[in-house]
Design a protein around this ligand. Structure first.
Ligand SMILES: Cc1cc2nc3c(=O)[nH]c(=O)nc-3n(C[C@H](O)[C@H](O)[C@H](O)COP(=O)(O)O)c2cc1C
Length: 168
């Protein structure tokens, strides 16, 4: 059944979240090193390609994030595209308050933590950080990337983890 949207002043944020959740996405963990050299990161699904020439990507960070200052201060960060087998990593980077990297395999590339076992990763120079509503929009210029097309991606739709039908 189709629904018409109410006037902007009456937007119900729960209904809006539900509608936005109809846009199926992959899931990424965005990582960086803080000023003490400690790895930081969180789970996001706001990642998107922006431009091929120059190679730019974006993602959005909630302004209440504990990691906002660290991402703003880091010259580079990594966008790690999670594989179907990494649902536990998505959960830990969305919920664990501390020590999200405990027991994980990762290595620093251009100063940004790259996680093992992902479908792909992009290491980007932090080009701009633009305050937009209650989020900050980071645009990064890709300086290094790799992909493993053999690994199935972890998907997210309507508040649930999903898999490609062939990998379900
Ligand atoms: C599937 C999924 C997608 C998410 N996408 C985003 C996102 O795009 N931006 C964001 O700021 N938080 C997003 N979150 C929420 C953060 O991962 C979560 O609030 C995390 O605890 C923030 O950590 P921090 O405050 O330590 O940075 C997402 C969570 C999940 C489970």
């Amino acid at each position: 059944m189709s629904q018409t949207s109410p006037p902007p002043a009456e937007i119900d944020s729960r209904a809006l979240r539900q509608a936005l959740g109809q846009f199926a996405t992959g899931i990424a963990v965005v990582t960086a090193l803080d000023t003490q050299g400690q790895p930081i990161g969180l789970t996001v699904n706001s990642f998107s390609a922006v431009s091929l020439t120059p190679p730019l990507v974006l993602w959005c960070l909630d302004n209440r994030s504990h990691n906002l200052a660290a991402f703003q201060g880091a010259s580079h960060h990594a966008i790690n595209i999670l594989a179907r087998a990494q649902e536990d990593i998505s959960n830990r980077f969305a919920t664990w308050p501390t020590d999200r990297f405990a027991g994980l395999k990762w290595c620093a590339n251009l100063g940004a933590p790259v996680l093992s076992g992902c479908c792909a990763h992009f290491v980007v120079a932090n080009e701009t950080c633009h305050l937009s509503g209650d989020h900050s929009l980071f645009i990064g210029r890709i300086e290094h990337f790799s992909a493993d097309a053999q690994r199935a991606p972890l998907l997210f739709h309507a508040g649930q983890y999903r898999a490609l039908a062939e990998n379900a």
